[in-house]
Ligand binder design. Sequence first.
Ligand SMILES: [Zn+2]
Length: 231
Amino acid sequence: MAFKIALTAGHYKYNANAIPKSLDPKGTTEWRLNDRVADKVQKLLQGYTGYELLRTDDTTGEKKIEVEERTAKANAFQADVYVSIHHNAGIGGGKGGGIVSIAYPNVGNVTKSWQKAFYDALIAATGLKGDRASGLAEMDLQELRETNMPAVLLELGFMDSTTDAPVILTEKFADQCAQAIVKVLAEKGGLQRKNGTVYRVQIGAFSQLDNARAQLKAAQSAGFKDAFITS
Ligand SMILES: [Zn+2]
């Protein structure tokens, strides 16, 4: 038993969402930005054990996978957490924006704690707070509503903001986002760093108590003597 992560890069290669040509002559698409971060998350996770990862998107971007299919896959996988990577739009060429972490309205505390942990880590890593009083939002989105596990949709800056666009285009920003996301997954999911010693199992992050117990046992038998369960 391991901590199960469902990860998805929003949209696909031929979706029209893109950075406006005025801000990026190449008109980089949202999917490309989403997929770059998701791929980096996947790669960084390889430095850990104690998890199973399911990409619910088509990682080539060629095939359009409807959100219904993505959530159905995550539910069948019985994921402990669902993370959807997106980049925002709606500033219309103005300034400001910033990262937004979205959860379903009136969700429970476990989901809220994932939502806030991702937001805090992303802001700490990138500084892309924009002009928002709070980057925590609630929206009735299919991916958040139909998932059986805590689900968070991350909007990693605004593609049509003159201040965000140059930042979110950089490889450095994508790296920072991926590092922040993986840090949260590792800390809350009790992942074991392959070359590290610190290990903890945060019980509230698991959908099943038995999974948290099994994760703890696995850590102990892997030689992590300081493994413990936190709430
Ligand atoms: Zn999107």
